[in-house]
Write a protein that binds this ligand. Structure first.
Ligand SMILES: Cc1cc2nc3c(=O)[nH]c(=O)nc-3n(C[C@H](O)[C@H](O)[C@H](O)COP(=O)(O)O)c2cc1C
Length: 412
């Protein structure tokens, strides 16, 4: 063996000196990243990410509904090469997976949305910035990601609302999703019990926490103050700046289909309606020019006891036909869930908490790990299922599935 070969071999075996990276690489699934995030974050911050509304029925059922599906594999197929990439809004993406908008993202890690965008970009997956993001539309555009979406909470002041969309379009955001599931904020009892303040404030409780979560507090205290970067200077909240406490004054709880039709006219690119949209309302949205639905119950954080999205994909696809886009989130934690979502009729699955756990666990590298885990699980699931492309998965459709729950919506 030549010396260079020996060196190469030794290098391969040399354990990485970066302890943080090693911890992240030891995470084999989203549950592992969640556990790491739980250790890293103060309890109130972890619960803010992890928790759901009221009795957390939807939070639990979202997961159970995806897990209830069983696969009926194609036998004896050549699966030596599998293509995960697919087209969404005329763009090639590396897998049928998108990253959802989440507010206060810099509370999980000081690099926040920029770290998420960089990881999403390197995986060639779309990422949606929230109206209440802690990085502005202009700042996020500097990430270099060329497939950014923007999520809108409709502002009461329509002039301000339109101006915000113009800023997003000018910054290169290509797809708009209008969230209609947040007329009022869901009641997350964990946050109330923990006395969560946004940003986390130095109280007696948090002072005690500093000793336990030194790294978190050091990074937060050294970072620029958290702010709702795209909207914090807007007027209309009755104060100088927009804060978590007065933010609700900014948003319009009276939005109806006429308003949605007006907003459709302001945005030139593709548009999705985001929420637990019924097949009837989905048809109305498409009739006024929406390109599709981002089917979501906000990860169980808004209307508790809303139907799990896994049960709504197939009826929605049947109502809308083949042309409308369906993106689905709420409870996706494994590549097998993405496989199931596509077989049920979704164009793509989307994730919120999985990448936030990764972000909290290790910044951009943690998000990168979450995306690698999910896409590798998707690849393996498809190989074992005997399908070699996303198109083939779509064609196989519900024929590749059985619902293990008696009375599952499809009854197949
Ligand atoms: C911490 C957190 C903050 C969120 N903030 C927003 C938001 O600002 N806008 C929005 O449309 N959805 C928001 N969502 C919902 C996500 O976009 C997405 O629908 C949900 O997280 C998907 O469920 P999952 O977390 O089970 O993947 C948030 C979710 C979480 C967990």
């Amino acid at each position: 063996m030549r010396a260079s070969e020996i060196r190469e071999l030794l290098q391969l075996r040399r354990p990485t000196l970066d302890r943080e990276l090693r911890r992240i690489e030891r995470c084999l699934n989203v549950g592992d990243l969640r556990r790491l995030a739980r250790r890293r974050l103060p309890r109130a911050v972890f619960d803010y990410v992890d928790g759901g509304a009221d009795e957390e029925i939807s939070l639990r059922e979202n997961r159970a509904a995806f897990q209830a599906w069983r696969f009926v594999p194609n036998s004896a197929r050549d699966v030596s090469s599998v293509e995960l990439s697919t087209e969404l809004f005329g763009r090639r993406i590396a897998a049928p997976l998108a990253l959802c908008p989440t507010g206060y993202t810099r509370m999980m890690h000081p690099e926040g949305e920029l770290a998420v965008a960089r990881a999403a970009s390197s995986h060639h997956l779309p990422y949606a910035l929230s109206t209440v993001g802690t990085t502005s539309v202009e700042e996020l555009a500097t990430s270099g990601h060329d497939n950014l979406w923007f999520q809108l909470y409709v502002l009461r002041d329509r002039g301000q609302c339109r101006a915000l969309l113009e800023r997003a379009a000018a910054s290169g955001f290509s797809v708009l999703e209008v969230a209609i599931d947040t007329a009022v904020s869901g009641r997350r009892e964990r946050d109330v019990r923990n006395g969560l303040t946004i940003p986390p404030a130095l109280s007696l409780q948090t002072l005690g926490d500093i000793a336990i979560h030194v790294t978190y507090w050091r990074s937060m205290l050294g970072a620029p103050a958290l702010r709702f970067a795209s909207v914090d200077d807007l007027s209309g909240v009755g104060a100088d700046t927009v804060t978590a406490a007065n933010m609700a004054n900014l948003f319009d709880p009276s939005v109806d289909f006429d308003d949605l039709a007006e907003i459709r006219g302001w945005w030139k690119g593709p548009m999705l309606l985001k929420g637990p949209v019924s097949p009837e309302d989905a048809k109305r949205a498409v009739a006024i020019g929406f390109d599709g639905i981002h089917l979501s119950n906000h990860g169980g954080r808004q209307l508790d006891r809303s139907l799990p999205t896994a049960e709504m994909i197939h009826p929605l696809r049947q109502a809308l036909g083949e042309d409308a886009v369906i993106v689905v989130d709420s409870g996706i934690r494994h590549g097998a869930d993405i496989t199931t979502a596509v077989a049920l009729g979704a164009d793509a699955a989307a994730i919120g908490r999985p990448y936030l756990y990764g972000l909290a666990a290790g910044g951009e590298r943690g998000v990168d790990r979450a995306l690698s885990i999910l896409t590798e699980q998707l690849r393996r699931t498809m190989q074992l299922l005997g399908v070699v492309s996303i198109d083939e998965l779509r064609e196989g459709g519900v024929g590749l599935l059985r619902n293990s729950e008696a009375g599952g919506t499809l009854g197949v």
